[in-house]
Design a protein around this ligand. Structure first.
Ligand code: FAD
Length: 82
């Protein structure tokens, strides 16, 4: 898959398959089973500041969503040292 989009600048390739058009609010790629997007490509707009921190947050949110859908809470696993 090669997502393409107009919302990019020189350093931050953001919004290539942003939430709403290509992925839903739970980051699932519309029309494709068992595939999510969890990087700067899902951002609906180019951020005014640097993109690295929100990209990491997006990945962490995706991990929590997937864990929750499988009856787990990642923070609990971390607390238990697993
Ligand atoms: C020169 C430069 C400087 C920057 N400086 C800053 C900064 O100071 N602070 C800041 O907050 N942000 C900075 N950014 C922005 C930040 O790095 C990016 O916005 C962020 O890393 C985007 O994360 P991403 O996961 O979407 O993409 P990437 O970090 O590009 O990750 C994509 C990953 O997918 C892998 N990949 C690609 N194709 C495939 C494939 N077919 N199969 C498997 N893997 C694949 C790549 O190897 C890569 O590891 C900078 C960016 C650049 C280019």
């Amino acid at each position: 898959m090669y997502p393409r989009g107009p919302n990019t600048n020189n350093n931050d390739k953001q919004g290539g398959y942003h939430i709403g058009d290509v992925v839903d609010r739970r980051l699932r790629v519309v029309g494709v089973n068992r595939l999510r997007g969890a990087d700067a490509g899902v951002m609906p707009d180019v951020t005014s500041g640097n993109a690295n921190a929100p990209t990491i947050m997006t990945g962490e949110e995706a991990a929590e969503m997937i864990a929750a859908e499988n009856g787990m809470k990642l923070a609990t696993l971390v607390d238990e040292g697993r």
